[in-house]
Design a protein around this ligand. Structure first.
Ligand SMILES: [Zn+2]
Length: 352
C-alpha cells in the first residue's frame, strides 16, 4: 500500500495547520520586489533572501513552506520580458522550499495562482491558463511537493480549472484551493463564495476556503458560512489590513481620514493591530478552521501570534513580547528608580 500523504495525515482527526503566505508584499516592503508588476524576481536576484524568508516564517510558526512561485508564471513573466527565467525561478523556489521544510520537519507546498489571463466566456483563455498551471504543477511535482496550493482566484471557473489541473498533472498530490473574496458574496462569474467552496470540495479539493482579498473582519463572516456547508477542512488566510463592511477588500480601503485609495502603497496606514490578528486567529480556532494563516501584509511577528493562538510554541515565542520588563512601561514594582520615574513624568500618559 502506498504511504499516506504527509499533508493529508496532518489534517486527519481534527488536525490543523498554520501556514504563512504573503511573500510578495513582504519582499516589496524589504526593497527587493517592485509594486505594480509584483513579479518575484528576487528568487533569481537574491535566492538567499527567499531561503531566509522561508526560515523566518518557519521560525515564527508556519508548519508549511509554501514555495514562492506566486506570479512566477508565464503571463506575469511576459509582462517584464523574463519568460526565459520561468523554469529556473520555479526550480529555485521549490528546491529551497523543500530543503528548508526537510530541515525543520515541515511540509512543502507547490503554488499556482490567479493568472490574470482567465476570461469567463473565452475558451481560448482557458486553454492558455491550463498551460500556465500545467507548467508550474509539473515542476512542483518534480521537487516532491507534499501538496499544491491554488490560490487567490477571483473567478470560480479559474479556481475549478486550477483544481482540475492539479488532478490532471499533479500525480495524485492533494489540492488546497482558496478564493480571493471580492467586495460582494458573489465571484466575477456569478458563483457565490459558499457555493464555490462547496463545488470545489465536491470536485475533490482536500481543503477549500479564502485567502487574500479581505482582511480579518470581513473574511470571518464568509468563513462562518463556508464552514456550515463544507464537510472537509476549511482555509482562512486574510490580508492583514483593517477592511470593513464599507470597504470590504484591501483594494477598496482608503487612507484613514481621506478619500484616497490605500492599495497598495499606503496600505501600511490600514495595518491590523496585533490584537486584531490574535482575535482573528481565536475566531478561526473557535470555528474549527483547519488551515489558518495570513496573506499580504503578513510578517513573522503576526504569524507567531496566529501560531500561538493555535496552541503552538514556535522558536520565535522565545521573543514574544514581555512589556512588563520595559523600563518605562513595565510593572511599576520592578522600576522604582529615579530614572524610570523621571521618564514617566515626561513622556505623557497614565502609568498607574
Ligand atoms: Zn495576498
Amino acid at each position: 500500500m502506498a504511504e499516506e500523504n504527509a499533508f493529508l495525515k496532518r489534517l486527519k482527526n481534527g488536525g490543523n495547520l498554520v501556514v504563512a503566505e504573503g511573500y510578495i508584499f513582504e519582499f516589496e516592503r524589504k526593497g527587493y520586489l517592485q509594486a505594480g508588476t509584483f513579479v518575484p524576481e528576487v528568487i533569481i536576484e537574491h535566492p538567499e533572501l527567499v531561503r531566509h524568508m522561508y526560515e523566518e516564517f518557519v521560525h515564527a510558526g508556519s508548519e508549511v513552506v509554501l514555495a514562492f512561485t506566486y506570479y512566477a508564471h508565464r503571463e506575469k513573466l511576459r509582462l517584464i520580458g523574463r519568460e526565459n527565467d520561468l523554469d529556473a525561478m520555479n526550480r529555485s523556489a521549490l528546491q529551497m522550499a523543500r530543503e528548508v521544510a526537510d530541515k525543520h520537519g515541515c511540509l512543502m507546498a507547490g503554488n499556482i495562482s490567479n493568472t490574470t489571463a482567465y476570461v469567463t466566456d473565452d475558451p481560448e483563455s482557458h486553454k492558455k491558463v491550463e498551460e500556465i498551471f500545467k507548467e508550474q504543477i509539473e515542476i512542483a511535482v518534480e521537487y516532491n511537493a507534499d501538496y499544491i496550493v491554488g490560490e487567490t482566484f477571483g473567478h470560480f471557473g479559474e479556481a475549478m480549472l486550477a483544481l482540475e489541473s492539479i488532478k490532471k498533472y499533479g500525480k495524485g498530490l492533494p489540492a488546497v484551493v482558496t478564493i480571493s473574496a471580492p467586495a460582494t458574496e458573489t465571484l466575477i462569474d456569478g458563483v457565490t463564495l459558499v457555493d464555490a467552496c462547496k463545488r470545489l470540495e465536491d470536485a475533490g479539493a482536500a481543503v477549500v476556503g479564502l485567502n487574500c482579498g479581505r482582511g480579518p473582519e470581513t473574511m470571518i463572516p464568509a468563513i462562518r458560512e463556508i464552514k456550515k456547508v463544507c464537510k472537509g477542512p476549511v482555509a482562512a488566510l486574510p490580508v492583514t489590513y483593517r477592511t470593513t463592511p464599507e470597504e470590504p477588500t484591501f483594494f477598496s480601503l482608503t487612507v484613514p481620514g481621506t478619500k484616497n485609495r490605500a492599495f497598495p502603497l499606503e496600505l501600511c496606514t490600514c495595518l491590523c493591530s496585533r490584537k486584531q490578528i490574535a482575535d482573528f486567529a481565536a475566531q478561526c480556532r473557535d470555528l474549527g478552521v483547519e488551515y489558518v494563516g495570513l496573506c499580504c501584509g503578513n510578517s513573522a511577528n503576526m504569524t507567531r501570534i496566529v501560531a500561538e493562538t493555535y496552541g503552538r510554541s514556535p522558536p520565535a515565542s522565545r521573543y514574544a513580547p514581555a512589556m512588563e520588563k520595559h523600563f518605562i512601561f513595565g510593572e511599576k514594582a520592578k522600576f522604582k528608580d529615579a530614572y524610570t520615574k523621571d521618564m514617566r513624568a515626561h513622556i505623557g500618559g497614565d502609568f498607574d
